[in-house]
Design a protein around this ligand. Structure first.
Ligand code: ATP
Ligand code: MG
Length: 240
């Protein structure tokens, strides 16, 4: 099978990449594809039940364990940075340099253990790894088809087009995009969706996969439940 997974990026940080990545992993698993999540770097750890954890990794680990129960957090993420800030800045504070090579090696190990890996970027598409490289370069090396998560709010069309341009300039396929309403009651939601749908298809050949409405049951602690992720799967389609 040539399908190896997706790279999930977003128009910004906090737009719903983890929600979509978790739901995609569940959806692929339900199609019989052994799928694991991967996060190249996290910045921001919290203490939960006496352990320092990152919410994204906890969510991706929880769904990945549905098919690989022995996975641990460090299997799916090579860099855990404590402070919630731009990863390369936090890394430097701790005397660390982020390495694209290390991210790739870590990803390769996971890819060997699974049919597909869903890679969630950190922040937006061009978050720096250092002063020369960005996570866009990591995505380019992975060469996975990209899914763009767009938080439907004022300014999202511009952010979506900038991101789509950066993705396709790197020779990557923008497989599709998912609209996510992190906020309630945005005016002109359907007009925004129509515009995005038309432009992203015409200019980037990217398909609209679906719209996740505002889900009030999502807890604000940042870790998604299997129930929420399962509900989320019903709002978008996926073809591989
Ligand atoms: N459809 C939704 N309905 C309600 N709240 C949502 C929805 N999608 C996301 N959220 C809220 O927005 C926050 C950010 O979502 P999420 O963590 O999935 O974004 P992200 O893009 O992965 O962020 P990061 O850049 O930190 O990785 C979540 O904590 C959640 O509370
Ligand atoms: Mg996330």
């Amino acid at each position: 099978m040539s399908f190896k997974g997706f790279f999930i990026t977003g128009t910004d940080t906090e737009v719903g990449k983890t929600l979509v990545a978790g739901a995609i992993i569940l959806k692929l698993q339900s199609m019989g594809i052994k799928t694991i999540g991967f996060k190249p770097v996290v910045a921001g750890m919290r203490q939960i039940d006496g352990n320092m954890v990152n919410e994204d990794v906890e969510t991706l680990l929880m769904v990945s364990r549905e098919i690989s129960p022995n996975l641990i957090a460090s299997d799916i993420c090579p860099y855990f940075l404590k402070d919630p800030a731009a990863p390369h800045i936090v890394a430097l504070q701790y005397g660390l340099e982020l390495s694209l090579h290390k991210m790739m090696a870590h990803y390769d190990r996971l890819a060997e253990k699974s049919d597909a890996v869903i890679v969630e970027g950190a922040g937006g598409f061009l978050v720096p790894i250092n002063e020369e490289l960005t996570l866009g370069d990591f995505a380019q090396q992975l060469n996975l088809p990209v899914i763009l998560v767009i938080d439907i709010k004022l300014g999202c069309i511009n952010h979506a087009l900038l991101t789509a341009e950066a993705i396709t300039r790197r020779g990557l396929v923008l497989h599709g995009w998912v609209a996510n309403s992190t906020q309630l009651d945005l005016t002109y939601t359907s007009e925004n969706l129509n515009t995005l749908r038309n432009i992203l298809k015409k200019q980037f050949n990217a398909d609209f996969l679906g719209h996740i409405p505002h889900i009030s049951e999502i807890s604000t602690n940042g870790i998604y439940t299997i129930e929420i992720l399962t509900i989320t799967t019903s709002y978008f389609q996926l073809y591989v």
